[in-house]
Unconditional design. Structure first.
Length: 281
């Protein structure tokens, strides 16, 4: 088995430090031994030590470790397509990553949506102009960003929430999923929304495949991906999941809140599955 190590980047006395994860008496990682921070994985390939982001939770770090081990094992065994496995390129500069992501949004979404993303991420890049890449942005930094949106830009709670969602989508595409859970954003924002019944309406899936229901589909909690495909889409069309684009809405709101799902047809051949989140039961 190829060696892939998990380390953690945490802030100590105002400076970022890279530390190995301590082991417990059984030889397993002691995930609670260090303060909150960013996990990374390390390995050697092409005669050099390599490192890349592995998320903010233990589960994400272990999954990143597993995948990298499989890549390196494929290279060791000479499997075609894995000749350069492990020699990943350097994380792009923050402004470059945002520019590429906005190009994807421009191709996939409407012009007004693209302009909204451009404004939100432009403000994000300006705030973190001293950071070279997203690997240098931790939960504490994101908390400062959220506070600045309210104090410096005078944004309302709902606008701040949607700014955070767009930033979270960008992070997830860069391999940093789960940042809203790290921030505990729903718990901080929800009380500010007052008496609004709905927290959000947002895209869950979209594509050529139409959902199999007409009236709104209500659920006492968020449906996971398997349940969505099983309950909301026709089961007699082979390969259906490959026809759908995932908008990665997981983690933006507590899954325990009531959810409702709506079918929205755009044009003649595109269907959106809209996910609504109720604030109160």
């Amino acid at each position: 088995m190829c060696h892939v190590n998990i380390v953690k980047k945490i802030k100590i006395d105002g400076e970022w430090k890279l530390l190995s994860i301590p082991r417990n008496s059984k030889g397993n990682y002691d995930w609670n031994a260090l303060a909150e921070g960013l996990y990374l994985i390390e390995w050697r390939a092409g005669g050099k030590r390599r490192r890349e982001s592995a998320g903010v939770t233990a589960a994400q770090a272990l999954e990143a470790q597993r995948r990298k081990r499989h890549e390196l094992e494929g290279r060791r065994l000479g499997v075609p397509g894995f000749e350069l496995a492990g020699e990943t390129p350097k994380t792009p500069a923050l402004h470059v990553a945002v520019h590429k992501y906005l190009a994807q949004i421009e191709a996939l979404k409407k012009p007004n949506t693209h302009r909204k993303y451009e404004a939100v991420l432009g403000r994000f890049v300006e705030f973190f102009r001293d950071k070279e890449s997203i690997d240098q942005i931790g939960a504490d930094d994101l908390t400062r960003y959220i506070i600045a949106l309210k104090k410096d830009h005078n944004l309302g709670a709902n606008t701040i929430l949607h700014n955070a969602i767009i930033v979270a989508q960008f992070f997830k595409r860069q391999g940093r999923g789960g940042i809203t859970r790290g921030l505990q954003l729903p718990e901080r924002i929800t009380p500010l929304l007052g008496s609004r019944s709905w927290l959000s309406f947002h895209d869950r899936l979209s594509g050529a495949l139409a959902p199999s229901f007409n009236a709104p589909f209500r659920s006492p909690q968020r449906l996971d991906d398997d349940a969505v495909l099983r309950q909301l889409y026709p089961q007699d069309q082979a390969g259906a999941p490959q026809e759908l684009f995932d908008h990665h809405s997981e983690g933006f709101f507590p899954a325990s809140l009531p959810h409702a799902y709506f079918s929205w047809k755009i044009g003649s051949a595109r269907h959106h599955l809209i996910e609504g989140v109720l604030q109160n039961r």
